[in-house]
Design a protein around this ligand. Sequence first.
Ligand code: PMT
Length: 228
Amino acid sequence: KQHIGVLNGLTVLVTAGPTWEALDPVRSLTNHSSGKMGYAIAKAAVQEGAAVKLVSGPTNLTPPKGIDVQPVTTALEMLAAVEDSVSSAHIFIGVAAVTDYRPELYEQQKIKKNSSVLKLNLIRNPDILANVANRAMPPFTVGFAAETENVIDNAKAKLSTKGCDWIIANDVSMISGVLSGDENTVHLITETESEDWPTLSKTEVGERLAKRIALNLSDELGSSSVGS
Ligand code: PMT
């Protein structure tokens, strides 16, 4: 018998990995995201029957089968790729560790070490998640919040400033554990609840999240169709 997934018929858009913001032809600003968490979510969504588009910053991962992967490098490219696809998405999950600032200037030639201090001007990148959440007809929008302190409170603050439906709070104080590793300890934060999940493999976090989103959407559909 064919497995009918809980996300059958739905389109899911996922961002994953870091972004790289070039300073010169050989140097960039970036972070340690490996892409594993985002790829695991994309795979779980496909297994649950969704059509999945994955907008991925640079990673060493093999593009998963059955997923439309669009590789990007910078935050601006990631935003453009998301804007191209988001109108057909029912669910948006922002797992990417977007580099918050980009260099104001790109130096065409390798920057020389002529001085003992080098000052860089950095410009704030646009917030892709907030952009999606603030659309007129947003998809169901889930963000991730990587925090090194006050994990739950900081994640709750991000939920409200960014305006997404849910946020997954992620304790990355043990940097070598979460970023690049295979396990994750997260908390699911909604407007009214905060739920602690046990330490799970990133694959299991992906599967659990896919199922929770599906359950929530079917509950919402169920309640909105009451009496109709
Ligand atoms: O890739 P791995 O090695 O598997 O590691 C996974 C992870 C730790 C990177 C991932 O689980 C995670 O927590 N991702 C979000 C990391 C992050 O940078 O969070 P943030 O607090 O800066 O941003 C909060 C949310 O806003 C995120 O959903 C982020 O994608 C989004 N954002 C942030 C800045 C920006 N300019 N645009 C965004 O869309």
